[in-house]
Write a protein that binds this ligand. Structure first.
Ligand SMILES: [Zn+2]
Length: 453
């Protein structure tokens, strides 16, 4: 077998829309490609060296990062450190690329989701579709925490899938992907849905709908007609030009993108203000109530080894009413000190801590969600993605530089999530009033005004 079309027919589900390291391909495919290269030219499939020289420098062909002189193998070959996590690209590597220009059969009734959008959500979906039809390549959806932004994308995804298009839904975080995957499978029963991230080693089978971490996009090439990027503001996408390029490359030349965020970065907000990026707001939560406005309380956290008088006076009535508390502190290293102070001040309360490196992280969050324990002390790892019903939130040392505007807005968004209002509250507690605290309060007020409150 040596014809290119035969190779594509046989290996299309693996190759289509991907850029893969030659060394990772099945031996049989390597043989097919070698034969085809000997006999003649490949028109659609590109086989290209792992790096190339541009000006004075050498660049990785997979992620387009500059190779540094210090990163060399014992044999003297350069390799790319930027995309190393997805397999090493060296000077001697070969990459195989195939743009995905094929469409799946056109179908109707792609969406099998039985839920219903609120009228605000439905209006928004219609507006997004219309703007794409008018030729927009990228749009930004600024949806407040708890607005149901995933559901909003369902009809949008459905319209691309129905026309035979391929759709990607990427998030910076593995846990978000894991949560999203079964929801999308249930919403699109007749569609092949794939889940790809670092802890999930199954390779792509040309699925029409792909859920993946942003890093995985490094292995895609002109694959998607629509690419949805969740939490576009979140680590590690922000300020990583390598990932930004991966995103550009993963979309088909005429493909479209949707950025989702509850706290869009300044760069995107500026682009929207200057008319370069269509921006849509979803400023109402699914239950129709406003975001809860944080209250700022100034004071010291500690008094010797226990909590200060001021903090004790604030918390005693909350705890007496049986309220459960999610307490954010600026640094994991300080968690034991906070825990000791809480235990000393409120000895009858059950307290726990959780942080990013905690081996019991998942279990502890699940326990707290299930109603165990009254106080959970945490770092910013729980600022997003976690939905807990009926809790109060306290941010301690809220003026600490680790609490950026977006963090504070996300943290404040943890409360008031349930459909029944139980008077959840959020307090920023600190010695000083920081700029970020002011901005966060201002942004929440602004979004509530947009939501008609
Ligand atoms: Zn690279």
């Amino acid at each position: 077998m040596n014809g290119e079309q035969e190779i594509i027919a046989k290996w299309g589900s693996l190759l289509s829309g991907r850029q893969l390291l030659w060394s990772t391909l099945p031996t049989e495919l390597q043989q097919d490609l070698t034969l085809a290269l000997k006999v003649g030219h490949l028109q659609q499939i590109e086989v290209l060296p792992g790096s190339r020289v541009r000006g004075q420098d050498r660049y990785c062909q997979r992620c387009d990062s500059r190779l540094t002189a210090t990163a060399r193998l014992p044999n003297g070959q350069f390799y790319c450190t930027a995309c190393l996590a997805l397999g090493r690209v060296t000077q001697g590597s070969w990459l195989v690329r195939l743009a995905n220009d094929q469409l799946e059969p056109v179908r109707d009734q792609v969406l099998t989701w039985s839920g219903e959008l609120t009228s605000a959500q439905a209006d928004l979906t219609a507006a997004l579709l219309k703007t794409y039809q008018q030729g927009a390549k990228v749009q930004l959806l600024w949806a407040v925490t708890g607005a149901g932004k995933t559901e909003i994308t369902f009809p949008l995804i459905a319209s691309y899938l129905a026309q035979g298009g391929r759709v990607g839904f990427v998030s910076p975080r593995v846990d978000v992907c894991n949560e999203l995957f079964p929801r999308l499978q249930a919403a699109f029963v007749g569609t092949s849905v794939g889940l790809h991230h670092g802890h999930q080693h199954s390779d792509s089978e040309g699925e029409q709908l792909v859920v993946a971490t942003i890093h995985q996009l490094i292995r895609y090439y002109q694959a998607f007609d629509l690419l949805i990027v969740d939490e576009v503001d979140a680590f590690p996408y922000v300020n990583d030009p390598m990932l930004e390029r991966a995103l550009d490359r993963a979309v088909k030349p005429n493909g479209q993108r949707l950025y989702l965020s509850a706290t869009p970065p300044a760069k995107l907000r500026r682009a929207a203000r200057q008319g370069r990026l269509p921006l849509h707001y979803l400023a109402r939560r699914f239950h129709g109530r406003p975001l809860i406005q944080p209250r700022v309380v100034l004071g010291e956290v500690f008094q010797k080894n226990s909590l200060s008088q001021r903090l004790r006076r604030l918390l005693t009535p909350w705890l007496a009413r049986g309220r459960r508390l999610l307490v954010f502190v600026p640094q994991a290293a300080a968690l034991p000190q906070y825990l000791a102070a809480f235990s000393l001040t409120f000895p009858q309360m059950s307290c726990a801590t959780v942080h990013a490196q905690d081996p019991l992280r998942t279990e502890k969050v699940a326990d707290f969600r299930a109603g165990q324990g009254q106080i959970l002390l945490t770092t910013t790892i729980l600022e997003r993605g976690v939905t807990l019903a009926h809790i109060d939130v306290l941010v301690l040392a809220a003026d600490h530089p680790n609490f950026k505007v977006a963090s504070l807005v996300q943290i404040a968004g943890r409360v008031g999530r349930a459909s029944v209002d139980q008077g959840d509250q959020v307090v920023f507690f600190s010695r000083y009033y920081s700029w970020a605290m002011g901005q966060a309060c201002h942004q929440i007020k602004h979004l509530n005004r947009l939501g008609g409150f």
